[in-house]
Design a protein. Sequence first.
Length: 265
Amino acid sequence: MPANAVLEAALRAAEAGWPTFRLGYRQKIPLPGSRGFLDATTDKDTLTTWFKDRNLNIGLATGGEKRIVILDVDDNHGGRDSLRALVRAFGELPETPIVQTGNGLHVYLRMPDNVDIPPSAGKVGIGLDVRGVGGYVVYPPSIHPNGAVYEWTSEEGQELALAPQWLVVRGIDHHKQPSYPAVAGGIVIPLGQRNQAAASVAGYFRRFGFSVDQILSQLRALPFESPLADAELKTIAESIGRYPKEHDFSGSQYGLDITKLEQEM
C-alpha cells in the first residue's frame, strides 16, 4: 500500500511543534464543517484520524508558540520583483525553509519574541502577503487548485531564521487594533466586536461559495467571549448569503471551480 504522504507530513510537523488542520480537496479553505485553524493541533492521534483521507490538503496555523510567520511571494502579482527590490535595499534573506507553491514561494521565518505580526496582504510590498498571528498557510505536500504540489525547496525541518527587520517593521499594523483577552485556548472575541467579527468571517466564506447553512456552522465555531444568540448568527449568515459568490463550491464533493479560484495563499 503506498505511503500516505499527507499524514506523514502532518506528523512530522507535529514533531516540530507546528499545529496543522484539515483543508478541502485541492483547496486553500478549511474542510466544510471544521473550525479551520481553530482546530489546529499537534496531537498525533487526532492527526492520524483526520489524514487517513489522503486527498485532504493540510493547513498550518501560523503564529503560536513557535512564532511562525510566512512571507507569501505571489508571482502572479509581481511578488518576486518586489522581493528582489527589498533584497537589493536590505540584503539577502537569511537561510531558512522555503516552499514552492502553485504560484510563488512561502518563506518560513520566526517572529521576534516581543512582536506579534498580523496577517496582511500587499502591506510589505506588491504581491507580498504575510501570514502571522491568527493566520495560516497551505502546507506541503498539499495540492494547489491549479494542480501543482506544494514542495520544500530547502531541507524540511531546517531551523526557522529570524524575520528580517524590514519585514517586522512593515508587517506590524501601526493602526490601533482591538485587544483580545487571552484564554487557555488562545484568544476570544470580546463584547462589542462580535457582530463585526462574525460579518467579516461570513463574508470570507461566502466569497468562496459557502451556503447560508455552511456559513452559519463556521460562525457557531467562533471563539466569542460571550456567545451570540443563534438567531443573531443566522441573521448575519442570511444577510451575507445574499451577496453573490465569487467561486462555485459544492459541499458534498468539497469541490471548487479551480479555474476561477483567486491565487491568494
